[in-house]
Design a protein around this ligand. Structure first.
Ligand SMILES: Cc1cc2nc3c(=O)[nH]c(=O)nc-3n(C[C@H](O)[C@H](O)[C@H](O)COP(=O)(O)OP(=O)(O)OC[C@H]3O[C@@H](n4cnc5c(N)ncnc54)[C@H](O)[C@@H]3O)c2cc1C
Ligand code: SF4
Length: 513
């Protein structure tokens, strides 16, 4: 009686539901590096290296804990290249009587798993992924019957459920949310903590060589790879963040500075998303910093909200909205993704900075993703599906359950407001307020029209004007629409002509590319 337990690349946790309760003496864990997963979008080289290196280290940790692990490498000559093909081969090798697996983080893979029972003629048990704060079914029950889904109300439920930053049933400090204090712009003269990074060991070096050989045509660079690839390493990175950056995480959460990819952000999402860290342990560690008086409430509340609030909320939306969510395009945006998203070669300095660091590191922080690359795509009317595929490919932490709702829902308003109450659209003034990018840009952020004007200024008004049918009734946009209506007709025309000139140039570049 052997049970086959496939463990996927983002299931690197000992607390995985498929392992819990299984008997190591009668089970075989199957881990698979397959070309279909590394290549169904052209993932950033660093992301592939991170996942494969973390998988190989996790396989060793499982073996040390007494599990039998059958590990299929990407360059194994017999490798069929897909999960289904590898599970089928493992069934022949091990002759299991059943397959037990934890549900994946993507509809596409879930559908493949659901076909295994019929294809392989074995019982297949697909267990819920219990590594999240919300128990299975919680989000659907919470969303049931609500006219509108809003993260803030979901988040309060999560605070009550976890007891994080709560005292006698009320939020510590008297408020649920301290975001109003978390919008300071940063100065380059501030002391910015430096992440130390984790040098690659021999096993990781071998993976880096493999990825360099097989994925040279993927975006990104491997040089300088310094991510942790074990649970111990991830715990050390977490401890370092808590000590050095958390205290100012809140103040500068929305700030951007040229040449400073991380600022006070944690870079913990890759570890959380592959399972090397658990969301509640990270939140409890942050709460302990507040309780010890080492980090202020606005920082700790803001950090915890991202994890028990946004992270859980977007996951809830992903599964609740169904497999067709990826096809939504409420604003009927059709423009192809400009080539410069893959090269970083653009004279808009904000875009060059955000894309450049993304291609180098596989990382940009939230405001860069939302208010630089996301905002530009929204204003320029780029097809949200193409935008989604870019985000899925280029970020270390991108797994569809978390990437898609953030991109298509929050950033591109492709779901028409299911996730967010208004589009995150901004002109150059926002970028100028929250960053130092505009100082070194050939465009002038104060000019609204003409060849020297910041393109975002005209694009912003053009976005509102051309989407009025869909957005005109949104109460949160009442003020900008009033401002638009009050503008002189020639000013409106000049703005729309400037936007059209920019978009024509963009279309020309796309055609010539
Ligand atoms: C267009 C777009 C695409 C995104 N794609 C992804 C993605 O593929 N994977 C991903 O994990 N996050 C994604 N995010 C959310 C967020 O940008 C990243 O989680 C964050 O930048 C990760 O960096 P960090 O660990 O330094 O985060 P920090 O700023 O230090 O935040 C702490 C933690 O909070 C969580 N978090 C913060 N914001 C969000 C959010 N909106 N949704 C989910 N979790 C959040 C992350 O786990 C993160 O590690 C996206 C956001 C946008 C706007
Ligand atoms: S001027 Fe406009 S394009 Fe240039 S950095 Fe500022 S916001 Fe970006």
């Amino acid at each position: 009686m052997t049970t086959l337990i496939p463990v996927l690349g983002d299931q690197l946790s000992f607390s995985l539901s498929a392992l819990e309760g299984a008997d190591p003496t009668t089970s075989v864990v199957l881990m698979m590096e397959v070309a279909e997963e590394t290549g169904y979008v052209r993932h950033h080289q660093r992301k592939i290296a991170f996942i494969l290196a973390a998988m190989r280290h996790h396989a060793d940790a499982l073996r040390a804990a007494g599990w039998t692990v059958d590990y299929i490498r990407l360059d194994d000559p017999e490798n069929s290249g897909s999960f289904t093909g590898e599970v089928a081969r493992a069934v022949v090798r091990h002759g299991p009587t059943a397959i037990r697996v934890t549900e994946p983080g993507e509809w596409r893979v879930r559908q493949a798993m659901e076909s295994w029972e019929a294809q392989l003629g074995l019982p297949v048990e697909i267990l819920p992924d219990t590594r999240f704060v919300t128990p299975p079914g919680f989000f659907a029950a919470w969303a049931e019957g609500r006219k509108q889904l809003r993260m803030e109300f979901f988040y309060r439920e999560m605070r009550r459920m976890t007891g994080l930053l709560m005292a006698d049933g009320a939020p510590i400090g008297g408020q649920w949310n301290y975001d109003a204090q978390n919008r300071k712009a940063a100065e380059a003269s501030l002391f910015i903590p430096r992440r130390q990074g984790t040098p690659p060991d021999a096993m990781t070096q071998a993976v880096l060589a493999l990825v360099a050989a097989r994925c040279a045509d993927h975006p990104g660079v491997l040089a300088g790879f310094d991510l942790a690839v074990t649970r111990e390493g991830a715990l050390a990175e977490m401890a370092q963040f808590m000590r050095s950056a958390l205290p100012q995480f809140g103040d500068y959460q929305d700030a951007m500075l040229a040449g400073e990819p991380l600022l006070w952000h944690s870079l913990l999402s890759p570890y959380l998303n592959v399972g090397l860290l658990a969301p509640l342990e990270v939140c409890r560690a942050a709460e302990a910093e507040y309780q010890a008086g080492r980090a202020p409430l606005n920082a700790v509340e803001g950090f915890i909200r991202q994890i028990i609030g946004w992270r859980e909320y977007v996951r809830g939306i992903y599964w609740w909205a169904g497999p067709d969510y990826a096809q939504r395009n409420a604003l009927a945006a059709k423009r192809p993704l400009p080539d410069f998203y893959w090269t970083g070669t653009t004279d808009m300095r904000c875009m060059a900075e955000a894309i450049g660091q993304t291609l180098n590191l596989g990382y940009a922080h939230h405001i860069q993703r939302l208010m630089i690359t996301g905002n530009y795509a929204l204003l320029a009317g780029i097809d949200p599906h193409e935008v989604h595929l870019w985000y899925l490919a280029v970020y270390l932490d991108a797994f569809e359950w978390v990437e898609l709702p953030n991109t298509l829902g929050m950033s591109q308003f492709g779901d028409g407001g299911l996730l967010a109450s208004k589009p995150y659209a901004a002109s150059g003034a926002y970028v100028d307020r929250m960053s130092d990018y505009c100082g070194g840009c050939p465009y002038d952020v104060r000019q609204k029209t003409g060849p020297k004007a910041c393109p975002l200024n005209a694009l912003y008004w053009d976005f509102l004007a051309r989407n009025r049918d869909q957005l005109g009734g949104n109460v949160r946009l009442a003020m900008p629409y009033r401002n638009w209506d009050r503008m002189a007709e020639d000013q409106k025309q000049a703005l729309r002509a400037s936007a059209a000139a920019h978009l024509d140039r963009l279309d020309g570049e796309a055609c010539s590319g």
